[in-house]
Every structure is written in structure tokens, then in C-alpha cells.
Design a protein around this ligand. Structure first.
Ligand SMILES: NC(=O)c1ccc[n+]([C@@H]2O[C@H](COP(=O)([O-])OP(=O)(O)OC[C@H]3O[C@@H](n4cnc5c(N)ncnc54)[C@H](O)[C@@H]3O)[C@@H](O)[C@H]2O)c1
Ligand SMILES: O=C(O)C[C@H](O)C(=O)O
Length: 356
């Protein structure tokens, strides 16, 4: 029987694979061959997840490892990245996985990436608003975006960290400061609102959620989450009672999960699902697929606000078209005014975090 390698030896081998020292990348070495295969093997996109060891990050990493459009997957976090990377890397799918731990490895994690997904930051506990996360998450997003500006300024950025209504303006200001800002490449992820809306509306209509499409516009917090029930596909009508119920449930879906988790965080699994659905749409757009349309919080001229979530068309350069709101009913027009008022403050808060 072959002797079982000593635990430390195994750990050393794993970390050599995760962070190969230069000496092991010499001509002919196993690691060099593995890396060549990673670069020249399965064609696909290079994706980094920042915050990959977290509640969202782990299932997101797993699902991205299963995505055939991904050839290289970089997993970065300030804790536990080696364990998550070793675990995910054993999945027999095409993407090559590499782990990066701590600030000193951020640049290596980001270099050469086509898409960067950011779920790094603290989540809510019961009784908190998303804005209560600003103090901690604003600084985290700033640092990570400085890294992106330096190492992969052309990457598409999918920003998940809350409060999205402020973190997206923060990211834009960081990129402007660095001279790399391209509004088409910065997208706040509001896909979970759409996923929830499709689910809740399908329940009310007695349909399969996969057959339902609900546009959700505005932003990603409370009243800024504005489902357009008058534009649901397939075309449907709702009683006022159903409209009140659905609007309230969609706007408070995040709080519903935060309260059910009772202090153990916020939505992670449904968010990972939504993030992958959105990232996959971005990658299909990058590949050149036609007609890829999803909702996202982006730089926008649809309203007087500099950022707003609406349907957008994704293409080779990121957001290639921002769609207008379409016809709204009276209930939605009132909702829009409330949403804009709150959004204006959140956007301004993000901008002045960097400017002042
Ligand atoms: N946009 C949305 O729809 C949506 C949905 C759910 C959650 N969120 C937000 O996503 C964020 C993450 O939620 P979670 O449940 O995964 O939290 P979590 O605490 O489980 O995980 C966050 C991870 O980020 C890491 N992290 C912290 N600082 C970092 C840094 N400087 N660089 C890299 N990584 C860092 C942590 O180590 C941790 O692993 C929260 O802000 C939450 O509010 C957004
Ligand atoms: O509600 C939260 O704090 C997390 C997230 O924004 C959500 O909508 O689930």
C-alpha cells in the first residue's frame, strides 16, 4: 500500500498549486503544464469573484465553476480562500480555479480578468437597513475597485455588495479618479429583485416562474425597488389587493430573508443563483450573443438621476442599450417619485464618500 502523505505535505502541495512560486513554473514542470492548459485549453472567459469565501461567494463560486463560458475562475477573499479554492477545484468541469488570499494577492487575482463579480462585505442583521452597511462596505468596495482600475480596467464589473444604490456610485467615482471609467462596464446587480418578482407573481398567477418576466426598476433597497406589474409578461391583470401584496413582498424580500435567518445573515443561495444568472447574461453578451436583456442598476439617462435600474441590453462592450421605462400606470408613477427621492440621497452619499 502507498504511504498516505503527511498532512503538512498535502497542505504544502495544495498551496503550491494555489499560489505557485516562480521556481515551480519552470519549463516542463507539472504546474507549468497545468497553467498552459488553463490558458490555452477550453476557450472561455476569465472571471474573478471578490469575497469568494462568503455566504454568497461560495455557492457563487460553485455555480460559476459549472458555467461552460468560464475557462479561468479566480477566488479572492481576505479569509478562507485556500479552503474554498481547494474544494471547488476538485469539480470535474472545465474552468481552472485559482485562489488568492489577502490584500497582497488582490492584484494577482485581478490581472487579466474579463468579468469581476463583487459580493465582498458585511450583510444585514434584523433591524438594519442596507444603508447601515455603508460605513464598512463603502471602504471595501473602494479598495477593490482601485485594484480593478489598476489591473483589469476593461473588465465588466458586477457589483453585489450593499448598499448597491451607493456602492455603484462609489465604484464609478473610483474609476473616474483613476481615469478608467467606462459606464458601460459597471453594473449594480438587482437580479435578485427580478428573480423574487418572477417567483411571487407566478405564485399569484398560478404559472411556472420560468414563464414569467417582471421588469423591476429603480434601485435595490425598500421603496427604490419598483416592480412594473403593468408590464408583466405574459400580459396579466391584477386586483389592487394583489398589486399591494406583490409590491410590498418584492420590496421587502430581502428583509423577509434577513428576519428568517435571525442574525445569521441575509440572502445567500438565491443571491448566488441570481448573480450567476446575471453573470451568465454578461458573458453571453461579451461573446456576441444577440438579444441579451436583463435589469441592472447602471449609469442612465432614463430619469434625471445619474444611476437607475432598468432593462439593459448586454453586448461585447457591456451595457449597449439602456431601455426607457415604458408606459407606467398611476400607481407606478407614484412609486417612481418615491423611489427617485430616496435614490437621489443614496447616490449622492456614494459620490461624496469618494469626492470629499
Ligand atoms: N445585490 C443584492 O441583491 C444582494 C443580495 C444579497 C446580499 N447582498 C450583499 O452582499 C454582501 C455579501 O453578503 P454575504 O451574505 O456573502 O456576506 P458574508 O459575510 O457571508 O461574506 C462576505 C465575504 O466578504 C469577505 N470580505 C470582507 N472584506 C473583504 C475585502 N476587503 N476583500 C475581499 N473580501 C472581503 C468576507 O471575508 C466574507 O467572506 C453584503 O453586503 C450583502 O448585503 C447583496
Ligand atoms: O436584504 C439584504 O440585506 C440583502 C439583499 O440586498 C437582498 O435583497 O436580499
Amino acid at each position: 500500500m502507498k504511504p498516505i502523505p503527511d498532512v503538512n505535505e498535502r497542505i504544502a502541495r495544495i498551496s503550491a498549486h494555489l499560489y505557485p512560486p516562480k521556481s515551480q513554473m519552470e519549463e516542463g514542470s507539472v504546474l507549468r503544464r497545468a497553467n498552459c492548459r488553463a490558458k490555452g485549453g477550453a476557450p472561455g472567459f476569465r472571471v474573478a469573484i471578490l469575497g469568494a469565501a462568503g455566504g454568497i461567494g461560495q455557492p457563487l463560486a460553485m455555480l460559476m465553476k459549472m458555467n461552460p463560458l468560464v475557462s479561468v475562475l479566480h477566488l479572492y477573499d481576505v479569509v478562507n480562500a485556500p479552503g474554498v479554492t481547494a474544494d471547488i477545484s476538485h469539480m470535474d468541469t472545465g474552468a481552472v480555479v485559482r485562489g488568492f488570499l489577502g490584500q497582497q494577492q488582490l492584484e494577482a487575482a485581478l490581472t487579466g480578468m474579463d468579468l469581476v463579480i463583487i459580493p465582498a462585505g458585511v450583510p444585514r442583521k434584523p433591524g438594519m437597513t442596507r444603508d447601515d452597511l455603508f460605513k464598512i462596505n463603502a471602504g471595501i468596495v473602494k479598495t477593490l475597485c482601485e485594484g480593478i482600475a489598476k489591473c483589469c480596467p476593461r473588465a465588466i464589473v458586477n457589483l453585489i455588495s450593499n448598499p448597491v444604490n451607493s456602492t455603484v456610485p462609489i465604484a464609478a467615482e473610483v474609476f473616474k479618479k483613476a481615469g478608467t471609467y467606462d459606464p458601460k462596464r459597471l453594473l449594480g446587480v438587482t437580479m435578485l429583485d427580478v428573480v423574487r418578482a418572477n417567483t411571487f407573481v407566478a405564485e399569484v398567477l398560478g404559472l411556472d416562474p420560468r414563464d414569467v418576466d417582471v421588469p423591476v426598476v429603480g434601485g435595490h433597497a425598500g421603496v427604490t425597488i419598483l416592480p412594473l406589474l403593468s408590464q408583466v409578461k405574459p400580459p396579466s391583470s391584477f386586483t389592487q389587493e394583489e398589486i399591494n401584496y406583490l409590491t410590498d413582498r418584492i420590496q421587502n424580500g430581502g428583509t423577509e430573508v434577513v428576519e428568517a435567518k435571525a442574525g445569521a445573515g441575509s440572502a445567500t443561495l438565491s443571491m448566488a443563483y441570481a448573480a450567476v444568472k446575471f453573470a451568465d447574461a454578461c458573458l453571453r453578451g461579451l461573446r456576441g450573443d444577440a438579444g441579451v436583456v436583463e435589469c441592472a442598476f447602471v449609469s442612465s439617462q432614463v430619469t434625471e438621476l445619474p444611476f437607475f435600474a432598468t432593462k439593459v441590453r448586454l453586448g461585447r462592450t457591456g451595457v449597449e442599450e439602456v431601455y426607457s421605462l415604458g408606459p407606467l400606470n398611476e400607481y407606478e408613477r407614484i412609486g417612481l417619485e418615491k423611489a427617485k427621492k430616496e435614490l437621489a440621497g443614496s447616490i449622492e452619499k456614494g459620490v461624496s464618500f469618494i469626492r470629499s
